[in-house]
Design a protein around this ligand. Sequence first.
Ligand code: AG3
Length: 284
Amino acid sequence: MNPEFWFTEKYSETCGFTFKVKEVLQTKTSKFQRLDILDTYDFGRVMLLDGLVMLTEKDEFVYHEMITNVPLFAHPNPKDVLVIGGGDGGTVRELSKHTYLNSITEVEIDDIVVKGAKEFMMFVGCGYDNKKVNLIIGDGIEFVKDKKSAYDVIIVDSTDPFGPAEGLFSGEFYSNVKNALRENGFVVAQAENPYYDTKWMMRSVNNMRKAFENSVECYLAYIPTYPSGMWNFAIGYKGVKPSKSFDSGRYNKLGLKLKYYNEKIHRACFALPEFVKELLDKNV
Ligand code: AG3
């Protein structure tokens, strides 16, 4: 009889999320982190970084559509976009659908993520097929330091706030990001969840609030394989409020075939449950 392999991401010492593994496709360690790519029964291929689920074949569309389309359609006229992190390619795949963009730059610190995605997860790795995508292997924190008014949208597609991603949740980083943005610019960051370790969510949101003088809104999306299934994104704005702005002309003209995002979701995702509002209002 074949042995059974199950993987668990622990959300706390006493609870977690488990799935049965068909096959381990790759395990690699870089100087930054450990990467595992699994094949599973229920979620297809799964990428783990340091034992945390980064994406699964089945539900990655929610995260990638929501981290890109909300800021892009809220912006009146985006031309140049910067992605920090996002090595798997899912975010640049979604950005590539915005064919009117002049440039898409991605700064990923760890090339094993890019290589792993290209080898085993082409459903996201295909993001690099677009010639407009300029991939730089380097440190996003350093990269933004000397950039002034260079981008319309900056997307921070990181792992959880410890290890290599820790600095991407800091106040200093967000002030540099603000300077790197043009007028009307947006920064969007994945900002954890309101159930487990809420201090991570609050740290990220509050540091962004400091840098953007409180011009920050949060929105939610439903991602079954992330802790709690309810995922928070924080968006800092220099001009219009993203919850109030949606370019329906550009949206209709592009005619994207998406699986999660649409105009109603754009407006509705900013509606927050009372307990989330309460957490965010605490401003701790
Ligand atoms: N970035 C956000 C992953 C956060 C998940 N956290 C966890 N499983 N504890 C995903 C990168 C996809 N491009």
